[in-house]
Design a binder for this molecule. Structure first.
Ligand code: GDP
Length: 444
């Protein structure tokens, strides 16, 4: 859903790579690009304004982390602000202290409420609950049958007006369903309500009446993420007409621009609890603002790397090595130092595997385990300082000596030296792409 936005943001942020310092003009230009990208993705204007305001203020402010270079700083700020507009912390569903917990679904017709009821029921069941689905959409032809079908697929019970009793009163059905839940020991009740194609008063009144009859612990506003800017006005209408405690985004698997998803939390002030991304009952999950932000930024685990770099890197050594990485002057001594620093951060395969785009390197790293690293360390320790500083001088006879001294085969020494040259070349290329190093002042 966020492919275009992701591409735009990635390219804007990659333009910052290799800059030693960001001027206010650089930041303004970047902010302008991000603004256009968000507007083109259909994010609501007030949300864009606030977002850009924060990013600019923070990027220009004194918020300078010693562990990150300017490009990484900005990526970090943009990521944190994205998480912010998506709601910050993951918000879990509230379960009532005295069951049954009542969850009411509200939203336009076609937003995906009935499908969601099934998804939610299956999810709850997997968590050990015994949900009851309640059919209060008595307007749309077949809505009751549809709910019964999804209920059956999820393997949960459905409560519906008895056939032959006419259309029935949704408020009455809702009320009776709570009694039924108590009676049959269902600890969660999911109430599906009727939607219309557009917002209308009658619809709002019915939803409000059902709400008053069952006093839900959660009222979830279900919104189709593909409807663009309309999502915001619909959300406002439901907020004012029925009120809701959380949002569910559906159809995130679609190829629309998805700005709705990015606006609705900020505009309504209510958190996004779940996301639906397909027609199958399993295409559903708890909504995690941080994961969504990193998906939108399209920088995958680069963000994790930034976080870990901030936490673990020895600043001075990192600064030196970063400069060297960029300039291609990395020595075996640095290699050893970096290896030791990196090992403090956890298994090396995990860490380096996180670098996006390091495909070739990832393959090599898949074979690197910590035992292997011990051997590499021993080999480097068996070299003279001159050899570590200038690996090119390690000729055949030196290789034999090093192998003997560190108790490995010559083949292992050859392997290390070759890998080192390869890694140096690759890191130099990556440094260019991601703005590590690049002239020695990149971390300032
Ligand atoms: P309701 O009128 O709000 O109850 O909406 P429905 O649950 O009947 O959903 C309307 C249509 O959207 C159906 O064809 C669903 O299969 C489809 N749908 C629901 N959720 C999703 C989703 O997350 N992704 C996709 N691709 N389709 C969905």
């Amino acid at each position: 859903m966020f492919d275009t936005l992701s591409d735009r943001l990635t390219s804007v942020l990659q333009n910052l790579r290799g800059k030693g310092k960001l001027s206010d003009a650089d930041i303004d230009a970047t902010a302008r690009e991000i603004r256009i990208a968000l507007l083109e993705a259909d994010v609501a204007l007030p949300v864009v304004r606030e977002f850009i305001g924060h990013v600019k203020e923070r990027a220009k402010g004194a918020e300078v982390s010693e562990a990150l270079n300017p490009a990484q700083q900005v990526i970090k700020i943009v990521n944190e602000e994205l998480i912010g507009i998506l709601g910050g912390e993951t918000r879990r569903i509230n379960l009532a202290k005295n069951p049954p917990t009542v969850i009411m679904l509200a939203g336009l017709q076609g937003s995906g409420k009935t499908t969601l009821a099934g998804k939610l029921a299956l999810w709850l069941k997997k968590q050990g609950h015994a949900p009851l689905l309640v059919a209060c959409d008595l307007q749309r032809p077949n809505a009751v049958t549809q709910l019964q079908v999804v209920g059956e697929r999820a393997g949960v019970a459905t409560f519906a007006p008895e056939p032959g009793n006419g259309v029935g009163d949704p408020v009455d059905v809702a009320r009776r369903s709570i009694e039924e839940a108590r009676h049959a020991q269902h600890d969660v009740v999911v109430v599906d309500t009727a939607g219309r194609l557009g917002v209308d008063e009658e619809l709002m009144k019915q939803a409000a009446d059902i709400r008053d009859a069952v006093t839900p612990d959660e009222t979830l506003f279900v919104v189709d993420a593909m409807i663009g800017q309309d999502a915001v006005t619909t959300a406002e209408a439901f907020r004012d007409g029925v009120g809701f405690s959380g949002v569910v985004l559906t159809k995130l698997d679609g190829d629309a621009r998805g700005g709705a998803a990015l606006s609705v939390r900020q505009v309504t002030g209510q958190p996004i609890l779940f996301a639906s991304n397909g027609e199958k009952l399993e295409d559903f999950d708890v909504f995690h603002p941080d994961r969504m932000a990193s998906r939108i930024l399209g920088m995958g685990d680069m963000l994790t790397l930034i976080e870990q770099a901030e936490q673990a890197f020895d600043q001075e050594k990192a600064e030196k090595a970063a400069a060297k990485l960029g300039s291609g002057e990395l020595t075996l001594e640095d290699f050893l130092e970096q290896m030791l620093a990196v090992r403090k951060m956890g298994p090396i395969g995990n860490l380096l595997g996180m670098l996006p785009g390091a495909g070739q390197m990832k393959d090599q790293l898949a074979n690197v385990d910590d035992k292997h690293l011990d051997r590499l360390q021993a080999i480097i320790r068996g070299m003279t300082p001159a050899e570590r500083a200038n690996p090119k001088m390690i000729n055949a006879s030196r290789r034999q000596r090093i192998a003997r001294g560190s108790g490995v085969a010559v083949r292992d020494v050859n392997d290390l030296v070759n890998r080192f040259f390869e890694a140096r070349k690759m890191m130099q290329q990556m440094a260019g792409r991601f703005g590590f190093g690049g002239g020695g002042s990149a971390t300032k």
